[in-house]
Write a protein that binds this ligand. Structure first.
Ligand SMILES: Nc1ncnc2c1ncn2[C@@H]1O[C@H](COP(=O)(O)OP(=O)(O)O)[C@@H](O)[C@H]1O
Ligand SMILES: [Mg+2]
Length: 631
């Protein structure tokens, strides 16, 4: 389907969703589907819930956020369970401004944007449908038409509590256009849309001297004032401030703690009483979620000012820390790259992981727990199974600091460094070393990193580099051995045949010639030496293995590669040691012979076909690992 077709389909669908009718007809809808009359907070909560909730290890995961926000499950659970959920139930938190607090580029704006775009979508579904008095600039809730003295009766019949007063404008319209007959007032279905300023607003403070409160609460319309004769005629007022427009939905208040007090005081009454003052009118009722965001330093200075006490008590602060899991951090980078102009660039495998290791290390706090260094903590947080540690240990570590993740390197720094490297090198392929180098080179220019931190961070880059070296070596070695498991098994069988013959003082049969031969002492020793078994201890070790094998046989179990911990280690090391030489020779020789060349080409092909490299990055990897092994 081409794009114009899609546009047409979309328009037709929008048309289908439209509804207009009288207030009387609207009440019919309310009776059938009371959710159309839910509060703004309730709608947000139901939207989040309806996308699905899964549970993993007792941790709630909200699919609503899951597509774009990674590694913040705990913060999001808190946000939903401590704010949206109780607010939806009309508990008092609903009357507070939601303040997301966290370090720069930690996902706060992304969360707010997801809520906005989510609401736009949700208002187009049956469950999320919203209706308003037709022609009202604030899309007023039609139920406000029900007079106060009948609201108890309404509750008895409909089970819905109505909050808020009919606005001055609609009070006037009701009299003048409908002669007071509320059942005839026209109602329409509305669709949230930030661009069209329906139900979604953004207030961003500019210069306090020039900024007008009108941006928030609307203003006198001087073009019509002559017509209506008075400033207090609501028809001579433009209800087009962000607070007006966001009614029924949500308003984002950017830089809230930087903004002038006069703007904040309006919010006080709105959040506290559900109404705000505009022009010369009675208070205007509004029902909207107000979300703001800030960083820790700004927040601290805000609460340290006594003057802000009243405002502070009207806010609920929800921390949004940095993600602390390496694998989730990789996903963040992948997402950011996908949506950038770098989407076509080849990023070699593990390059983002190397960067992620560095970033996470800068965010973690050193634990006092015995034996848990930063790298170990990083692995445990990332869900790795480390011997001697379990889930309880991880939980303890997470609880040790309440403010972990509130500082460190931000994802945007990493992405900016990667992108500037790509641009300056004019390349279409970038690997882990390029990334680490570029992260290092940028540290001096990072605006919020002190001299001492630079030292510390250089150390983290070195650690990330070591971690990468290990990954790179394993990757190449694996690519050299066609099937690692297969080779391990063959080597083990070979060793066991020889051990058996040695202990029983037997000869072995050459599988090809059938010739009798002595056990291969050199082979056995080359394996045993890997785990430090001395010449004197070899006999005991071999006998122990045989005993283990017969014990297994008695129980009808097969002795394999995993049946003897130390033997497994020895086999592994031996395989890698053998390989090391091959890898070393093949990767570092300047003039490879024909068979070496063939091997290298095979390995490169495997890296490309099976491990996600391109020919540039595969060649770079081989050269790098060659140099590592030759050190
Ligand atoms: N935990 C996270 N999950 C997914 N993306 C993230 C996360 N943290 C940061 N980002 C990404 O980093 C960038 C900056 O995030 P942003 O929401 O603007 O941060 P903030 O508003 O907190 O400064 C965005 O592209 C965002 O998607
Ligand atoms: Mg932001």
């Amino acid at each position: 389907m081409d794009i114009l077709n899609k546009v047409k389909k979309y328009r037709e669908k929008e048309e289908e969703l439209k509804w207009e009718g009288t207030f009387g007809e609207y009440l019919g809808i309310v009776k059938e589907r009371p959710e159309v009359a839910q509060s703004a907070h309730s709608r947000v909560y139901n939207m989040i819930k309806s996308a699905g909730i899964t549970e993993k290890n007792g941790q709630k995961m909200y699919d609503f956020f899951g597509k774009e926000i990674f590694g913040l499950e705990e913060a999001l659970e808190r946000l939903v369970e401590e704010y949206f959920h109780p607010a939806a139930k009309r508990l008092d938190v609903r009357k507070r401004i939601l303040l997301l607090m966290g370090p720069v580029s930690g996902g706060k704006s992304t969360i707010v944007t997801m809520l906005k775009r989510g609401l736009e979508q949700y208002s187009r579904t049956d469950e999320g449908a919203v209706y308003a008095i037709k022609g009202c600039p604030m899309h007023e809730d039609p139920l406000h038409l029900i007079p106060h003295h009948l609201r108890d009766d309404f509750y008895k019949e409909y089970g819905i509590r109505i909050e808020g007063n009919l606005s001055p404008l609609n009070t006037m319209r009701l009299e003048q256009e409908y002669g007071g007959r509320i059942e005839e007032v026209e109602v329409e279905r509305i669709f949230f849309d930030e661009d069209r300023r329906v139900g979604i607003g953004t207030f961003s403070p500019s210069d306090p001297k020039s900024q007008d409160i009108a941006d928030l609460t609307g203003s006198i319309d001087f073009s019509t004032i002559a017509e209506y004769g008075s400033e207090s005629d609501p028809r001579a007022y433009r209800f087009d401030g962000e607070l007006n427009k966001a009614n029924r939905g949500m308003m984002e208040f950017q830089e809230i703690l930087k903004s002038d007090e006069k703007f904040l005081w309006h919010l006080l009454s709105l959040t506290q009483e559900g109404n705000f003052k505009a022009g010369r009118f009675a208070l205007i009722s509004a029902d909207e979620l107000i979300v703001a965001h800030t960083n820790e330093a700004e927040y601290r200075s805000f609460i340290s000012n006594k003057k802000n006490e009243a405002l502070h008590s009207r806010m609920i602060v929800m921390p949004v820390p940095y993600n602390l899991q390496v694998s989730e951090e990789e996903r963040i980078y992948e997402k950011m790259i996908q949506t950038s102009e770098m989407a076509h660039v080849h990023i070699a495998p593990h390059a983002l992981k190397a960067a992620a290791i560095f970033s996470i290390l800068t965010r973690l706090k050193e634990s006092k727990k015995q034996g848990v260094d930063l790298v170990k903590k990083m692995r445990l947080y990332d869900g790795e199974n480390l011997e001697g540690y379990n889930d309880v240990d991880v939980e303890e570590l997470e609880k040790e600091f309440s403010d972990e993740g509130m500082d460190g390197i931000d994802p945007r720094y990493v992405i900016n460094r990667i992108s500037s490297t790509i641009i300056s090198a004019d390349t279409n392929s970038i690997n882990a070393l390029d990334v680490l180098r570029s992260l290092k080179d940028g540290l001096d220019q990072h605006p919020s990193i002190s001299k001492e931190e630079v030292e510390e961070y250089l150390n983290y880059i070195a650690i990330a580099r070591r971690e990468y070296d290990e990954i790179a070596k394993k990757e190449v070695q694996k690519a050299f051995v066609y099937s690692y498991e297969e080779s391990a098994k063959t080597l083990l069988d070979n060793y066991l045949d020889n051990v058996e013959a040695y202990c029983n003082k037997n000869k072995l049969k050459d599988p090809l010639t059938g010739e009798e031969m002595n056990p291969d002492e050199k082979l056995m020793r080359s394996i045993e030496e890997q785990i430090g078994i001395s010449e004197n201890a070899k006999k005991a070790f071999r006998e122990e293995i045989l005993i283990r094998i017969s014990a297994y046989a008695r129980k009808g179990k097969r002795f394999d590669y995993n049946s003897h911990e130390r033997l497994r280690e020895a086999i592994q090391k031996k395989l890698f040691a053998d390989l090391k030489d091959v890898v070393k020779i093949t990767t570092s020789t300047k003039t490879p012979d024909e068979s070496q060349l063939k091997k290298v080409n095979e390995v490169i092909a495997r890296l490309i076909d099976e491990h996600g490299y391109n020919s540039t990055s595969a060649n770079e990897l081989l050269r790098y690992v060659g140099s590592l092994l030759n050190r």
